[in-house]
Design a protein around this ligand. Sequence first.
Ligand code: HEC
Length: 133
Amino acid sequence: MKSPTLLVLGLFTFALLIGCSSSDDGGGGSDPDVTPVDPDPIPTQTSTYIGHVKTIIDTNCLDCHGSPVQNSAPMELVSYQQVVDAVNDRNLFSFISTTNAFNVMPPSDEGGRMPQATIDIVEDWIADGLLEQ
Ligand code: HEC
C-alpha cells in the first residue's frame, strides 16, 4: 500500500469537501445515482440532437420542461443549448437512466423511465459529443 499517496489523496479530498458548498442547488431533490456513460452505446450510429434526440425530448419532457415550464420543472428543455446545458450542469443523463422511481425523468406518475433503447440513444448522443446536427 502506497500510504503517502493515499494520504495526499485523502487530504486533497478533504480540502475539496471543506472548500466547496453546494448551496446553489435549488432544492429540487437529491441527484440520483450517477450511471457511467458507455464509451459508445450505438457504435453503428452517430447520434445528433436534430436527427435523434430532439424528438425524444419533445415527446417525453416538454409537458413540464417546455416554454413556459409547467408543474414546477426547474428549467426548459426546448432548445439545443438548453438540453446541452442540462446534460452538463444538471446531470440529465442520470435522471433519465436511473432505476430509482423517486428520481427518474419523466416522473413515475407521468410515464416513468423511458424504454432502454430510447435511453441508449441519448447516451449515444452524449458519447458522440453532443452534436447539434
Ligand atoms: C410531469 C412533469 C415532468 C416531465 C414530463 C419531465 N420532468 Fe424533469 N423535472 C420535473 C420537475 C418537477 C423537476 C424538479 C423536481 C425534481 O428534480 O424531481 C424536474 C427535474 C429534472 C431535472 C433535474 C434538474 C435539476 O437541476 O435538479 C432534469 C435533468 C430533468 N428534470 C430532465 C427531464 C427530462 C430529460 C425529461 C424527459 C425525458 C423530463 N425531465 C420530464 C418535471 C418533469
